[in-house]
Ligand binder design. Structure first.
Ligand code: BTN
Length: 280
């Protein structure tokens, strides 16, 4: 439960929230025995870092095994999608990055972020009873406010993936947000009115993540596609996305959003934000 960050900083002690049964020896409904699990067999629980993504990437470059997890109390330079930053105050969020080494093509990497969205939603639901929706591509939302975000960063050789760092940030204990986020963000504390245990959340998340990842490796994206669609809040809405305006009608096999415009043309949206269309 302790880890030495590769930067040469001193080793950290595991925070109290991780020092509980379950994490590092996860046993739960549908979970594998500890000896068989890969996700979380090695957890680097750190204090303050620039980004857990950067730490996990350095560990991966140093041959860390698949399923290695980096979590931190605070990020000085947390990274979000599309070059945005991801802000946190110490101890208020579950911040983690997982090293993956799937034998997939670079074009398939977004599927892993969609997979993670399903796993995060399930872990949150199991622990709190909340049923987060997924806003395309992989934002977890409750009551139209963002609860969690996911970032998949891959290294490739030609088009083959050599490793993916899957980063997840879940708002846990925040009771308020900076003004510019207040109308758009939420946390488990605000939604449930109680403190949610980050260790138990990480435990559940890693269990669900490994579950879906194994299915993905064995059966491809199709089973995840179905589960993603079941939780999607974007489908059926009138949206503006990727230069198109129309109804979000589906998720393509590679994770692209399908938007049908007024002329019944279908557009594939592969990146960017989805906004509700004016009057939609
Ligand atoms: C987004 O919604 O824009 C994605 C946010 C991803 C944030 C997580 S927090 C843990 C990991 N480390 C980072 O720097 N980013 C991801």
């Amino acid at each position: 439960m302790t880890g030495r960050p590769p930067s040469g900083d001193p080793p950290f002690r595991a925070p109290a929230w991780l020092a509980q049964p379950g994490v590092g020896g996860r046993v739960g409904r549908g979970a594998k025995p500890p000896s068989e699990k890969r996700f979380g067999a090695v957890v680097h629980a750190l204090g303050e870092v620039d980004s857990t993504q950067a730490v996990a990437r350095a560990l991966a470059d140093d041959r860390a095994p698949e399923g290695t997890v980096v979590t931190a109390e605070h990020q000085r330079a947390g990274r979000g999608r599309d070059g945005r930053s991801w802000l946190d105050r110490p101890g208020e969020a579950l911040l983690c990055s997982v090293v993956l080494r799937p034998a997939i093509d670079a074009a398939e990497v977004p599927q892993l972020a969609l997979l993670a969205a399903v796993a995060v939603a399930e872990a949150v639901e199991a622990l709190t009873g909340l049923a987060p929706g997924i806003k395309w591509p992989n934002d977890l939302v409750v009551e139209d406010r963002k609860l969690a975000g996911i970032l998949a960063e891959a290294a490739t050789a030609s088009r083959a993936v050599t490793r993916v760092i899957l980063g997840m940030g879940i708002n846990v204990s925040q009771r308020e947000f900076p003004v510019d986020l207040a109308a758009r963000a939420t946390s488990l504390a605000l939604l449930t009115g109680r403190e949610v245990d980050r260790g138990a959340l990480l435990d559940g998340l890693l269990t669900r993540l490994e579950h879906w990842y194994d299915i993905y490796l064995d059966h491809g994206f199709k089973p995840i596609h179905a589960e993603w669609c079941r939780r999607a809040v974007t489908l059926g809405r009138t949206v503006v996305a990727g230069g198109a305006q129309g109804t979000a009608v589906g998720l393509d096999h590679d994770g692209a959003l399908l938007v049908r415009d007024a002329a019944h043309r279908t557009h594939r949206v592969v990146a960017g934000e989805v906004l509700d269309a004016p009057g939609g």
